[in-house]
Design a protein around this ligand. Structure first.
Ligand SMILES: Cc1cc2nc3c(=O)[nH]c(=O)nc-3n(C[C@H](O)[C@H](O)[C@H](O)COP(=O)(O)OP(=O)(O)OC[C@H]3O[C@@H](n4cnc5c(N)ncnc54)[C@H](O)[C@@H]3O)c2cc1C
Length: 529
């Protein structure tokens, strides 16, 4: 295994659990499952720009996002991005997986993956038909630690958005408290839930601080991995197969460095092609949306004060004693899934809402704002705009070139504008409306479609859900087949968010873990176990 994140951690854990194979897991990050900032959910604020646990990438500028560079955090730690993320649980919609199946990916419809999603989780939420009760990942619901939540939910109800007690159940649509991968106030990542139990087994070896620089081939068969650990270059040989799970940014990078990709691109960097696959690094998608902000006209609704000064000390004490309060909460603890037009069958907008505001920290990461208000991301769920991620050079130390191309289709632009208007509709409705002093962002002057679009282009941010750069499918641009085998190469699979043919309707940690779980099951099946 190369990479121990959501996909890789789950696959490595399940393969070792089978007891039938020896598993070596190489992870570039050096921090382990118990790294202090990874356990309290609010500790994510200290990981978003932390070089000890984060690759800290920057995108290339593009007109779709106002010709700015966008900061891109990615986990570089045991558990990968599952160890630094916002802990929100969201499996997406039935439609997402059925679309993959319609695109030719056999075995990936919602009915196919539902048993895996259930097997992964352990929750009291929802119906047995949809939810799992005894898997490795605990899932709970964020608690209402401020009057804001009922005010917001009431306002959403007032514009016709119903309360949904399980957005991972029969339907996603509605307003809801966020579900979180948290137990007794502590984050549950693939490091804690899959790799720590696996580490104790004799068939599992985990090397942290081991960064793969190339895959090794015998003709068209992948036979191992070259990696650098403690300043020394080492090689590991695979008796059966190699699974690349370096994530959407680094899986295509490793393939290209190893000679798998578009031959012209490889030649430009002096890399001898092993196998031509033009789709490597193409088809990248992410969620992109403007951050909207409002200021309250009274104290006590926002959590801004509870995250600062002596009140923060109280929150730390509360967390230490009872494992609850502000520090036990994920990022954006209210979720809205709604439709931009009544004639749609499924929600195409997601809103991420929190009773505080954040501000930019020197262009990378964010910190809590002292202003008593709240923020919301309101964005398109399933964008058609695709970008790319490719190597910049043949040097493994060079970060990849990440090119988002947001808002490139009329539908993406139209729905993004509708997402802002729908958010305003909620906030302008009672009972929330009575608590609002002013709209800070975009602000009352931004009203026309053109103004709103420009605001989104100039200020929008990603919500960290990059997928698609080693896309699964049957067509010429597909990188892996529906058993996650790299097309045209033996002994090599990819298992992480990069294989997703389209972006799921929501956050991507759970779909990525599901991909790791399914990969392990297919490896065992193909080995006849
Ligand atoms: C800041 C942030 C917040 C997020 N919030 C949420 C959320 O609240 N809910 C949600 O569902 N999703 C969230 N996501 C998205 C979700 O966490 C990711 O989609 C998911 O973790 C991706 O899994 P992956 O297996 O594809 O990659 P990752 O989990 O990123 O794993 C890739 C692993 O490979 C390692 N690696 C890379 N290159 C090499 C190499 N050459 N050699 C060895 N190892 C290598 C990396 O260090 C990393 O550990 C968030 C992501 C981020 C970054």
């Amino acid at each position: 295994m190369v990479g121990s994140g959501s996909g890789g951690g789950a696959a490595a854990g399940r393969l070792s659990e089978s007891g039938k194979h020896t598993v070596l897991c190489l992870e570039a990050g050096t921090k382990g499952a118990k790294y202090i900032w990874t356990r309290p959910p609010a500790g994510a604020a200290n990981l978003v720009d932390n070089p000890a646990a984060n690759w800290r990438y920057q995108s290339e500028p593009h007109e779709g996002h106002g010709n700015r560079q966008i900061y891109i955090p990615r986990g570089k730690i045991l558990g990968g991005s599952s160890a630094i993320n916002g802990v929100i649980y969201n499996r997406g919609q039935r439609l997402d997986y059925d679309t993959w199946a319609q695109m030719g990916c056999r075995g990936w419809s919602y009915d196919d993956v539902l048993p895996i999603l259930k097997k992964m989780e352990n929750t009291d939420i929802g119906d047995d038909e949809f939810r799992g009760r005894c898997g490795p990942i605990p899932v709970n619901e964020a608690s209402k630690i401020s009057p804001f939540y009922d005010l917001f939910i009431g306002a959403a109800n007032a514009v016709g958005i119903p309360y949904n007690s399980d957005y991972s159940g029969a339907t996603q649509e509605g307003v809801a408290m966020a579900q979180q991968t948290v137990k007794r106030g502590l984050r549950q990542s693939t490091a804690t839930q899959y790799l720590e139990p696996a580490r104790k087994r004799p068939n599992m070896t985990i090397h942290s601080g081991a960064e793969a620089s190339a895959l090794l081939f015998d003709g068209k068969r992948c036979v191992g991995v070259r990696y650098v650990r403690n300043g020394r270059t080492e090689e590991a040989r695979a008796a059966r197969e190699v699974i690349v799970s370096c994530g959407t940014a680094n899986s295509p990078k490793l393939l290209e460095l190893s000679g798998i990709g578009d031959p012209d691109r490889l030649a430009k960097h002096g890399i001898t092609p092993v196998h031509a696959l033009a789709g490597v690094g193409e088809g990248m998608r992410d969620h992109y949306g403007a951050i909207l902000k409002w200021r309250f006209n009274r104290p006590g609704i926002s959590l801004a004060k509870r995250g600062r000064g002596w009140r923060l000390m109280l929150e730390i004490l509360r967390f230490g004693l009872f494992r609850d309060g502000f520090i036990s909460q994920g990022i954006g603890t209210v979720r809205v899934f709604t439709r931009s037009r009544p004639d749609l069958e499924n929600p195409d907008i997601m809103m991420v809402v929190a009773p505080y505001m954040t501000e930019m920290k020197e262009g990378r990461g964010r910190r809590l704002s002292p202003v008593e208000g709240f923020f919301m991301y309101s964005h398109v769920q399933r964008t058609e705009s695709t970008g790319s991620i490719h190597i910049r050079s043949a040097d493994p130390a060079d970060p990849p070139a990440i090119n988002f191309r947001f808002l490139q289709t009329p539908n993406a632009r139209m729905t993004s504008i509708a997402a802002v208007r729908r958010a305003r509709e909620i906030v302008e409705s009672p009972p929330l409306a009575e608590t609002i002093a002013e709209e800070l962002q975009p602000g009352p002057d931004i009203q026309s479609d053109e103004e709103i679009l420009k605001f989104i282009q100039d200020t929008g941010q990603i919500t960290h859900h990059m997928v698609g750069t080693c896309r699964m499918g049957q067509d010429d641009m597909a990188v892996v087949d529906d058993r996650l085998r790299v097309r045209g190469i033996e002994g090599l699979r990819v298992a992480d968010a990069s294989i997703m043919p389209t972006l799921t309707s929501g956050n991507t940690n759970i779909p990525s873990i599901m991909i790791g779980e399914k990969c392990a099951a297919m490896v065992l099946e193909d080995a006849g176990d």
